[in-house]
Design a binder for this molecule. Structure first.
Ligand code: BES
Ligand code: ZN
Length: 854
């Protein structure tokens, strides 16, 4: 089921139009009579008109509901059904609203509201899904306690809060914490639990459960440990304790997102919670640990303090991403996590911020809020908090957070509330800093230097290119962490945070015996693009000597990009000095294997395309692909004699453990295997495939073989071994497309959509195929245009079933203006074809029109 097509121009919602709801809610009672195609929902809601209401209209949201009856204080009433809900005349004193509606969970393929997944009932209400369950003021600033009765034949029936009782065919729940409807959840099915227990710092016993389908019990232990670590970490670092006696997690196979923080009943995409050494890679383990932490941390940053309206989304998401990143840094490696996050930011947020979909972390308008769960709201939202922490210092940061929790507990807040807390806690004026929340676009930071008589001067010039609706940009506050190295590689000035506030600003360093080598933007202290004239020799120097691990990686990354750009633009051969530096690093056992693996990982081809575009070139995806291949082949040859020894030396033996240290070693070993495969025709990879006892090594070997087009036997064996496991099959679908050559990628994806196990309705499977296609840069952008047509065909088909996932995947086209006119024309044709589809959802319509407006 999907929303009716916008016959007229779809409505735009503006932040400036915010008005509070005219009524308070004292309590909500819900009764569910579950039936797959005709679930009855009875609501009993106690409303009280607000004395100071500016708008007394009684409007309740409701979509795809069949209204059976409505009563006010026990008397039947006849509400007026309007677009998106109902209106009703109501008393001017407190009253009880009762309604009965019928909904169809089995027919709900949008996976929003109450739906079914493998025979199990579950809900997804954020952002505006509760209105598909019953009539309600479905907005985050309306909060209430909920009491829920579930009637049905499932063996397990769960909702938020604490269990109040259960019997044959029924269960009752009560959540004592007032919450907005988007945090409501219900789950019913024949599930089994992996139990756990946690004692909070004040001695409260909390029962923990991970609920899964029978057969998945053996994949819960890692998630349970991650949950306990998260609970402990939030107490230790932020002083925040859990506030119910029960915390449930449920794994669901059909889910649009990764996971959801419903109060006391988190619901997870099974791919983000189920883990075992045999079926999950190291990357899966890391992500599962992070996402369990993320959803758990929302209990305070999101649930106890929520958002006033959806424009404030980054208030909870940016902060919670920032917190989960701190957690991962503490559990694993701080520099490695930072490098991974910056790679992801550049891969996902920079293209958004520098293209037609650019919007500020706090947008001021939207048509469909689901389209604003973006890299900008999440990742840039987290970066903004990182800058704030850097500017005020750690002590002030925690002081401000303490004040935030004291002052705003139980409230629905805004970015203004958040910044005010920092101003009050530190005495700082944050009005200029606020631009980070209200303006889109990635600032460019040009740096020049000067040295005379022992004084070294760094001059910064900042400018932000125009973005849709924001042609003019004012200078921002930019914290730039800088250190200085002497020419012999010693650090002569430790890290210092320079605070830029003007369009052009200079900083001097006195008393330097020689012209230093600057290490700028250490730890990636601000989400900007640094532009600086420098040499490959200086980059190689920093790669060898910088004391800041992030900038050491960054120097290597910049070198890697320069070398590839030179290969693409000037037809240069791979730079010998860089190859030597890599060789030295790969052999240097004093360095962290995870770090070495990162330096050895080539920049993505999309990243090279972006870099070329920034410098005024039109990227040719095939040439970028060829350069990547040539470079890897040359590096493999350079290392030829030592690769077998390096492979053996980095192989991790013994039982699989998912910790960061072992994972880092396996990552390095995997990089070496991929180089080795270029020389030995896949011999070693085939051996690794045959002997692997964990998914990381099995998957790495398979991907090396697939890239070498030597995987026929192993691909079939993998399928035979894992065809019963949906999550592993997602890997099998994705890997074949990710590893396909540019000319085969679209055809491989097309063939896989005809495979019996391809399932449009399962977002994980759809993303496995089309996420991999869009991620195969040269394949998706192959000159034939086949990739574009295939994606458009499938987006059009999916839109009828699942608008939310369709709309998100339209972002594959957001970079279209970077490419040559022939490709642009081909993409435009597909965008227009999608836009012209009859009955297109509001979600997809908004995305496609914004992309086309570029
Ligand atoms: N609140 C979101 C889940 C959500 C997003 C629900 C959009 C409805 C619409 C949840 O807290 C979240 O942010 N999940 C992320 C993962 C997280 C680790 C960044 C996700 O699902 O990708
Ligand atoms: Zn979140």
């Amino acid at each position: 089921m999907k929303d009716a097509s916008p016959a007229t121009a779809p409505e735009t919602i503006y932040l400036k139009d915010y008005t509070p709801f005219g009524y308070d809610i004292e309590s909500v009672h819900l009764t569910f009579h579950l039936a797959p195609e005709a679930t009855r929902v009875l609501s009993k809601i106690r409303f009280a008109p607000k004395a100071d209401a500016t708008d007394a209209t009684f409007f309740l949201h409701g979509e795809e509901l069949k209204l059976i009856s409505a009563k006010i204080d026990g008397q039947e009433v006849s509400p007026t059904l309007v677009e998106g809900g109902l209106k009703c005349d109501v008393p001017s004193a407190p009253f009880t609203w009762e309604a009965e509606v019928e909904i169809n969970p089995a027919g709900n393929t949008a996976l929003e509201g109450l739906y079914m997944s493998n025979g199990m009932y579950c809900t997804q209400c954020e952002a505006e899904g509760f209105r598909k369950i019953t009539y309600y003021p479905d907005r985050p600033d309306v909060m209430s306690t909920f009491t829920v009765r579930i009637e049905g034949d499932a063996s397990v029936m769960l909702s938020n809060g604490n269990p109040m009782g259960k019997g044959e065919g029924w269960a009752e729940w009560h959540d004592p914490w007032p919450k907005p409807a988007y945090l409501f959840a219900l789950v019913a099915g024949d599930l089994v639990n992996h139990p756990g227990q946690f004692t909070t710092k004040s001695g409260k016993e909390v029962e923990l459960n991970i609920w899964v389908r029978p057969g998945d019990e053996d994949k819960c232990a890692f998630g349970m440990e991650a949950l306990k670590k998260s609970m402990k970490w939030d107490e230790d670092v932020y002083g925040l304790e859990y506030d119910l006696e029960l915390f449930n997690i449920v794994a669901v196979d059909d889910f649009n997102m990764g996971a959801m923080e419903n109060k006391g009943l988190n619901i997870f995409n099974s791919s983000c919670v189920l883990a075992s050494p045999e079926t999950s890679t190291d990357a899966n383990f890391e992500r599962i640990e992070a996402i369990i932490a993320h959803e758990y941390f929302h209990n305070w940053t999101g649930n106890r303090i929520t958002c006033r309206d959806w424009f404030q989304l980054c208030l909870k998401e940016g902060l919670t991403v920032f917190r989960d990143a701190q957690f991962t840094a503490d559990m694993r490696s701080e520099p490695v996590k930072r490098i991974e996050d910056v790679i992801a930011l550049r891969a996902r947020q920079f293209p958004e911020d520098n293209g037609p979909l650019a919007h500020p972390p706090r947008p001021e308008q939207f048509q469909e809020i689901n389209n604003f769960y973006t890299a900008t709201v999440y990742e840039k939202g987290a970066e903004v908090i990182g800058m704030l922490k850097r500017l005020v210092g750690d002590d002030n940061y925690y002081k401000a957070l303490k004040l935030y929790f004291e002052r705003h507990d139980g409230q629905a807040c805004t970015i203004e509330d958040w910044l005010k807390v920092f101003e009050d806690a530190t005495g700082r004026d944050l009005s200029q800093f606020k631009l980070w929340y209200s303006e889109a676009g990635t600032p460019r930071l040009k740096v020049s230097e000067d040295y005379a008589d022992g004084t070294y001067t760094l001059t910064f010039e900042q400018s932000t290119p125009p973005t849709p609706g924001q042609p003019q940009k004012a200078p921002r506050v930019i914290p730039v962490a800088v250190g200085l190295l002497s020419p012999n590689g010693d650090e002569v000035r430790g890290t210092e945070v320079l605070e830029l506030t003007e369009a052009r600003q200079s900083f001097t360093f006195e008393g330097l015996a020689a012209k230093p080598v600057p290490s700028i933007l250490r730890e990636f202290s601000a989400p900007v693009i640094l532009e600086r004239e420098t040499t490959n020799a200086e980059r190689a120097f920093l790669l060898a000597h910088d004391t800041d691990p992030f900038n050491r990686w960054e120097a290597g990354n910049a070198l890697a990009k320069e070398v590839r750009v030179a290969m693409v633009v000037d037809g240069a051969t791979p730079d010998a000095a860089y190859l030597d530096a890599l060789e030295k690093l790969v052999r240097d056992d004093d360095q962290d294997p995870a770090f070495r693996a990162l330096v050895l990982s080539p920049p993505s081809q999309a990243d090279i395309a972006q870099t070329l575009a920034e410098r005024g070139h039109t990227p040719d995806p095939q040439k970028i692909y060829d350069a990547a291949e040539t470079f890897a082949q040359t590096l493999a040859q350079q290392l030829e004699t030592s690769l077998p020894r390096l492979y053996a030396a980095t192989t991790v033996d013994g039982p699989y453990r998912p910790d960061a240290e072992s994972a880092g070693k396996r990552a390095l070993n995997g990089r070496i295997l991929s180089l080795l495969t270029r020389l030995d025709g896949g011999e070693q990879a085939a051996r690794q495939y045959a002997t692997a006892d964990n998914m990381t090594q099995q998957y790495t070997a398979l991907s090396c073989l697939m890239k070498a087009e030597k995987a026929d036997a192993q691909s079939q064996a993998f399928f035979d071994q894992w065809q019963h496991d949906r999550l592993v099959m997602d890997k099998w679908f994705a890997l074949q497309i990710a590893c396909a050559s540019p000319e085969n990628a679209a055809a491989t994806a097309a063939a896989l959509t005809r495979h019996p196990l391809f399932d449009m309705k399962n977002p994980n499977r759809f993303r496995a195929v089309f996420g991999a296609l869009a991620g195969n840069h040269a394949g998706f952008h192959h000159a034939s245009g086949d990739g574009y047509v295939l994606l458009a065909d499938n987006l059009i088909a999916l839109d009828k079933l699942n608008p939310q996932t369709t709309a998100r995947m339209c972002a594959a086209f957001q970079t279209w203006k970077r490419y040559d006119t022939a490709r642009q024309e081909r993409i435009r044709e597909q965008l227009l074809r999608i836009a012209g589809t009859d009955g297109l959802s509001r979600d997809t319509n908004e995305m496609v029109s914004r992309i086309l407006d570029a």
